[in-house]
Design a binder for this molecule. Structure first.
Ligand code: B12
Ligand code: SF4
Length: 475
């Protein structure tokens, strides 16, 4: 039996560690998770649990924190660490940084299990697929294993992993994924990069069997006090036949309100789609518009989504009584201030209930980041140490009118929800960025987040204050 301890600084139930934990436990290993910010927050659990390995699940922006904690744990307790998630997957050079012992690229269930088995047998695990480590001063990146074609072979995510932290979490909304991978090629997205990484390693888009998903939801319903299920797939219901069969059974056997992430073109392609979602208990959906400029959206972002499809989807969702969140990005390569205004206008015209907007962040490994370098928007000296903790902060691109776009992002939701403010906002954004703009953004964001995800007020407020304080800080 080997012992793995996950450490995390965001008060949110991450599915990645939950999947890895259930696999580890199934084969007799122990796995725990602790939340905190500094080493002292973890001292108690490290001494009590005495892990063989400390694991971090990281996105770009939390890598700096995780690496520092990993290094301190090396120094103070002599415990080895391992990092997985999107940042090490797309920035494997991370292995060369001080404080990083091992990384796993891509999906991690089997590799982590093999590592724990080796630790148990006191054998070296340096041969394990997907693993990177340093041999002296040379990084060694082992090849990736083939993708598991049948993700239902994995046990359901370990919903007990966060039990000890119950008081810190909002557990009224629980995440479930019904598929892995996405068939689209958006140039700004991790999914397109992930598919390229796994080329020749098996089928990338894998949809789970309906009875398995229903069984997972059933257990959630019976064993927890879940109020809303969030289907956090990249594109929920990408296969209509699958979705319609699933919804029938979901309504009958689960019946819990749900929210989901999907694409506007799929909703627009079939008049029945939105109604069937509504009938089965869906109250909100989330989809990406990204930019109001159709050419930018499709030529640069490669979203494959027409204005007319967005308009149609919105109309059908309104008719079906489903509210929707739209994802938008400002500060994109090649974007002008007029384009940014057109993104606001498109959201106003479709009466988006929960508009949402970020500033383009050059995440590693994506085609759009390469494009930003190529076109000179991103300085050749830019490195991921300088990446913001959140994509609600400042842009890293050298673009004309970038200050106005950054400010517009802070007022994006206001302009869409209360369109009469837009003309005033157009003037306000010329001012220097300041605390009041950020504080206003924080308030409106929080209000719409609670409404769109039906979250409980107090735990969400605590989550926001703990994890997103930096959005208010001076940039
Ligand atoms: C739910 C979600 C969130 C949740 C939970 C995060 C989480 N990691 O679970 C919250 C709300 C907290 C969140 C926040 C953010 N998110 Co987010 N999020 C997602 C989303 C939609 C689903 C994640 C998920 O559950 N996946 C399913 C699980 C099974 O997959 P997984 O997490 O990748 O885990 C597997 C492997 O990565 C690996 N693995 C994961 N962890 C570990 C750890 C170890 C030790 C090992 C060995 C392996 C391993 O094994 C797992 C099982 O195979 C993804 C999109 C996506 N498709 O993943 C974006 C995504 C992860 N988010 C993204 C971003 C950008 C953010 C933010 C940075 C946005 C912001 N506000 O600025 C913030 C984070 C702030 C910060 N820097 O700290 C990007 C990450 C890009 C990048 N380069 O890092 C993604 C990929 C979206 C995208 N398409 O670009 N997010
Ligand atoms: S943005 Fe959405 S549709 Fe596009 S590749 Fe990413 S997950 Fe797929």
């Amino acid at each position: 039996m080997a012992k793995l301890l996950f450490l995390q600084n965001i008060d949110y139930e991450f599915l990645g560690p939950m999947y890895i934990s259930s696999m580890a436990k199934k084969y007799g290993h122990l796995c725990e998770l602790a939340l905190g910010k500094s080493l002292s927050d973890f001292d108690f659990v490290i001494k009590k649990f005495e892990p063989d390995l400390v694991g971090f699940s990281i996105m770009s922006g939390s890598h700096q924190w995780a690496r520092e904690i990993g290094r301190e744990i090396n120094d103070q307790y002599g415990i080895t660490n391992i990092f997985g998630g999107s940042h090490p997957t797309f920035f494997p050079k991370f292995i060369e940084e001080k404080g990083v012992d091992y990384i796993i690229r891509g999906e991690g269930e089997e590799s982590m299990l093999e590592i724990l088995n080796c630790i148990d047998k006191k054998e070296s695990f340096h041969h394990v697929q997907n693993l990177s480590h340093m041999q002296g001063n040379t990084p060694v990146h082992n090849p990736l294993r083939n993708l598991n074609n049948n993700v239902d072979e994995y046990p359901f995510p370990d919903r007990n992993l966060f039990d000890a932290l119950e008081k810190r979490l909002d557990r009224s909304v629980r995440n479930v994924i019904t598929s892995r991978g996405c068939p689209f090629h958006c140039s700004f997205c991790f999914e397109d990069a992930m598919r390229k990484l796994y080329q020749g390693k098996g089928k990338y888009v894998r949809i789970r069997e309906i009875p398995e998903v229903i069984e997972e939801c059933k257990r959630l319903k019976e064993e927890t006090d879940v109020k809303v299920i969030y289907f956090a797939d990249d594109v929920f219901g990408m296969k209509k036949d699958w979705l319609y069969d699933f919804l029938k059974i979901y309504k009958r056997e689960i019946g819990i309100e749900f929210i989901c992430l999907l694409r506007a073109d799929i909703i627009a392609s079939d008049k029945k789609y939105a109604f069937k979602l509504a009938e089965a208990g869906c109250r909100s959906v989330f989809f990406g518009i990204e930019s109001g400029n159709e050419i930018l959206r499709n030529k640069v972002l490669k979203k494959q989504l027409k204005d007319e499809q967005i308009l149609k989807a919105a109309e059908l969702l309104h008719e079906a009584g489903i509210k929707f969140r739209t994802y938008n990005i400002l500060g994109l390569p090649d974007e002008t201030l007029e384009d940014a205004f057109s993104t606001v206008e498109l959201n106003i015209s479709i009466k988006a209930d929960y508009p949402w907007c970020s500033i383009f962040s050059p995440f590693p490994g994506t085609e759009l980041t390469d494009y930003a370098y190529l076109k000179g928007y991103l300085s050749p000296t830019f490195n991921y140490e300088r990446l913001s903790k959140s994509f609600f902060l400042e842009s890293k691109l050298e673009l004309e009118n970038i200050r106005e776009m950054q400010n517009l992002q802070k007022f994006f939701q206001t302009a869409v929800i209360w369109p009469w403010t837009f003309s005033i906002i157009k003037k306000l954004i010329k001012l220097p960025s300041n605390f009041l703009f950020r504080a206003w953004f924080g308030l409106v964001y929080f209000y719409l987040y609670i409404k769109s995800e039906k979250r409980d007020f107090i735990p969400t407020l605590k989550f926001a204050l703990k994890n997103y304080k930096h959005v208010l800080a001076k940039q």
